[in-house]
Write a protein that binds this ligand. Structure first.
Ligand SMILES: [Zn+2]
Length: 334
């Protein structure tokens, strides 16, 4: 994008003029003694010593959490004094499709967490903590399932290194081992619970736990009633299959409505398994999306009822874990 094409106007007084349009709080800030350019879409500034992307996002976009917009647009994570920085004032590529490929948003799936790893599905608390800190220190941006859903409808641009976290089944260990780490790092997450398990014993979260988590912004979503494979089974008639699907989803949704005051909006298919009848039934039951366990990130054009997730297993090393964080699929336009 060339400067000439942007209908740039020179704000001779630097920030003073810019402040009027861009940021109501800018008037309180020291004036940058450099020419600053602004268009309807962009602001161009010269970084001062000590400027960070978060600070510029706070000053010019009104929210430090929008630092990723500056980082992605300029392809930087740190700023040097005197560096020219382009600050996009609004999303510029909601589809994540570029001339050389397209964005992938990994959705990671955890189950149980314990003091030590056990089997495939109980991941050790230390390994879990390391993985979360890896995301933080390597500049991944954990976004909510809700935000991914908006991306899949081309309604929201996501950071180029966006990742979604999900926890299946409703294990109580979430509170002990995941919750403090996620709170500390300010990572959103979604829990998929099957309602026969909720409140079923000391290893399961109960509805009070889920209501509290839901109120705190953790997303609680559906994983059926019994956790049975939803696909039509050998010897099962089409009518019996339809009846079973209806029973699984209706029973689960009734409890969501009673205990959380709303139905689940997303469904994680047990074992990630779904056939065409399951996809259609899920959609017709009012869900906004369905999630499989196909190990790959999500392009913006992935079907809403085939959202992909990568299961993280206890035996994975940090190196194995990182292989699930691919956020770009190169595919040059020919
Ligand atoms: Zn499950």
């Amino acid at each position: 994008m060339s400067a000439a094409s942007l209908r740039l106007r020179v704000a001779a007084g630097g920030l003073a003029a810019l402040a009027l349009g861009a940021c109501a709080t800018a008037a309180k800030l020291p004036v940058v003694g450099r020419p600053t350019l602004e268009s309807a879409d962009l602001i161009v500034v010269t970084a001062r010593w000590g400027d960070t992307t978060a600070e510029l996002a706070r000053r010019f976009l009104g929210d430090a959490r929008l630092a990723w917009m500056i980082e992605d647009y300029n392809d930087v994570t740190k700023l040097a004094r005197g560096q020219t920085v382009v600050i996009p004032k609004r999303p510029w590529n909601p589809s994540g499709v570029y001339t050389n490929g397209y964005q992938l948003v990994p959705v990671l799936t955890y189950h149980d967490i314990g003091p030590q790893a056990k089997g495939r599905l109980v991941i050790g608390a230390k390994a879990f903590g390391e993985q979360m800190h890896y995301l933080k220190t390597h500049n991944y941006r954990v976004v909510s399932l809700e935000e991914l859903h908006e991306f899949l409808q081309l309604k929201r641009q996501l950071p180029r290194r966006a990742v979604v976290l999900t926890f299946d089944d409703g294990h109580r260990s979430f509170l002990e081992y995941a919750y403090p780490v996620l709170k500390d790092l300010r990572f959103p997450a979604t829990l998929f619970v099957y309602t026969d398990y909720v409140g079923s014993g000391r290893n399961a979260l109960d509805w009070d736990d889920l209501a509290r988590l839901d109120a705190e912004g953790f997303q609680v979503e559906g994983h059926t009633k019994t956790h049975g494979d939803l696909r039509r089974q050998p010897g099962e008639s089409e009518a019996d299959h339809a009846r079973r699907l209806r029973a699984e989803l209706e029973a689960s949704q009734r409890l969501f409505q009673q205990r959380l005051g709303r139905p689940a909006r997303f469904l994680a298919y047990p074992y990630g398994a779904a056939d065409d009848a399951v996809l259609a039934h899920t959609r017709d039951s009012g869900f906004l999306g369905g999630l499989t366990v196909f190990r790959e990130g999500n392009a913006s054009f992935v079907p809403l009822f085939r959202i992909r997730r990568s299961q993280i297993y206890a035996e994975m090393t940090l190196e194995d874990f990182v292989k699930n964080l691919n956020t770009f699929a190169p595919e040059p336009i020919k």
